[in-house]
Design a protein. Structure first.
Lengths: 131, 360
């Protein structure tokens, strides 16, 4: 069973978002997504300072099995990226919601995150995909 | 279908996926850790999905000398041979291992995905030969692979096997009662493949896991064989290509010239063809992973394609097998997700016995 923390927001593309105290938003891929991909071997991160529209491809995560695009879940400017993934992409497998974070955004619209799926809705999506 | 080791896979938390009609473990958590376990210690694979066929009878040798592109007349009792089974047009129907157990008694191991086609072909070709072709669905198959396999396996087998296994040479097999042990494998490491009654398989598997052998799934099996430069049927070759364009020319026994194996005529013609495609290894040193079907362009614009590509856990970069236009180029461009990236063209293997065969 995949881990779906209650305090996060989610997209139907299996990304998670966390609103930080400073107003920035941290983005990663969900436990379910890493499970589907298998062992991660490369991560291509966006540039700090890049402006991304909601739905734009901004990141590639590549596992032994497949390469997968990560879409920017809400519009904003990339304020930080998880450099440590270059050496240890497996952090996404072992700690998808912690050490395995991908990038941080300064959102164009701070309220945009509220329109995304909450944990309950994402859990329902996973259960629907299972059938 | 489920192998006799299905309860073990479930108990070990294996991620089970459909494979050639079977439910097989892809991994038990991390395919990369499983891969490393086989390169550095020892690992276990359930390969019971493979199809085991006993070919027996007075005409068994004559039959197999016609059926297979390699020549079973080269075998002595207890020895194994790798061969392709070809169609008349030289296309590869399957690749297999054949063991000579005793005069007139052969054991053939073919792929799972090709079972129906192979059995039908083998039956059809048996007409006119005094030979029986019998599938051994009752047998399970366990591969025990890795540098520690030879030291650790025997203590879990009957005592009588200790000395024969210690003396068993690569590509040889030893039998004792219901247990058939070949010093063979699909990983590029030392190791064994064991055939035994399905009813005995669970106890042996449990004992080996208890002794520290790491259970490994199809994922690690694929990256290990790719590093070892071993072909996979269905991706690296199939009925549309000959062994000569699949890096398997070495498995075709041309001598004696009068042996008329199926597909020989077609291969003889292709052997002279200067445009015959080349089968080679690729190494990508930039970030990215070569995938099955990735296009590869030579400097002059001619194109080929990756037949199987993945990430090499041992080397930490991507490697592939590829079918390329005829030539001797030592570099090319891989068109990866729309982006051209330079690749080195090398002769496989990439890794053997835990050691890199290319500069890293």
């Amino acid at each position: 069973m995949s881990n779906v923390p209650a305090e996060l927001r989610y997209t139907k593309d299996h990304e998670w978002l966390r609103r930080e105290d400073d107003g920035s938003v941290t983005v990663g891929i969900t436990d379910h997504a890493q499970e589907q991909l298998g062992d991660l071997v490369f991560v291509e991160l966006p540039e700090v300072g890049a402006r991304c529209d909601a739905g734009a491809e901004c990141c590639v995560v590549e596992s032994v099995k497949a390469a997968s695009d990560v879409y920017c879940p809400i519009a904003g400017e990339v304020s930080a990226v998880n450099e440590s993934l270059a050496d240890s992409p497996e952090a996404i497998n072992t700690d998808a919601y912690g050490e395995g974070w991908l990038f941080r955004l300064a959102p164009t619209d701070a309220a945009a995150i509220d329109a995304l799926l909450d944990a309950e809705a994402y859990q329902a999506l996973l259960e629907a995909e299972d059938h | 279908m489920q192998t006799p080791l299905h309860p073990q896979h479930v108990a070990l938390g294996g991620k089970l996926v459909p494979f050639a009609g079977w439910k097989m473990p892809l991994h038990y958590g991390s395919q990369i850790e499983e891969h490393h376990a086989v390169r550095t210690h020892w690992g276990l694979f359930d390969v019971s999905h493979m199809t085991v066929v006993d070919v027996e009878g007075d005409a068994a040798e004559a039959y197999l000398r016609r059926l297979l592109a390699n020549d079973v007349a080269r075998l002595e009792a207890g020895k194994a041979l790798y061969s392709c089974m070809l169609a008349e047009d030289g296309g590869v129907l399957d690749d297999l291992i054949v063991y000579l157990r005793a005069p007139g008694r052969y054991r053939v191991v073919v792929n799972a995905a090709t079972r129906d086609k192979d059995l039908a072909w083998m039956e059809a070709q048996a007409e006119g030969f005094a030979v029986s072709v019998t599938e051994r669905i009752d047998l399970a198959m366990i591969a025990v692979q890795g540098p520690e396999a030879a030291a650790r396996l025997p203590e879990h087998l009957p005592d009588a096997l200790g000395a024969p296994l210690a003396a068993l040479k690569p590509f040889h097999a030893h039998e004792d009662g219901n247990l058939f042990v070949g010093r063979t494998g699909y990983t590029g490491e030392d190791g064994f493949e064991l055939l035994l009654p399905g009813t005995d398989a669970g106890a042996l598997w449990d004992a080996l896991v208890g002794a520290g052998a790491r259970p490994c799934g199809l994922g690690a099996r694929d990256t290990l064989r790719l590093e070892a430069g071993m072909n996979l049927y269905g991706t690296d070759m199939d009925e549309s290509v000959s062994p000569l364009e699949s890096g398997l020319g070495w498995t075709v026994a041309w001598e004696p010239a009068e042996r008329t194996f199926i597909g020989r005529e077609a291969l003889e013609a292709q052997r002279q063809d200067p445009e015959r495609r080349r089968f080679a290894g690729l190494v990508l040193r930039e970030r990215g992973v070569l995938r099955n079907g990735t296009e590869v362009e030579l400097e002059d614009g001619r194109r080929g394609a990756v037949t199987s590509g993945s990430f090499s856990p041992t080397l930490g970069l991507s490697i592939a097998l590829a079918r390329l236009p005829a030539g001797k180029e030592s570099s090319a461009m891989a068109l990866l997700r729309g982006k051209p990236l330079p690749v080195e063209v090398v002769k496989p293997p990439f890794v053997r016995q835990g050691k890199a065969c290319i500069p890293t």
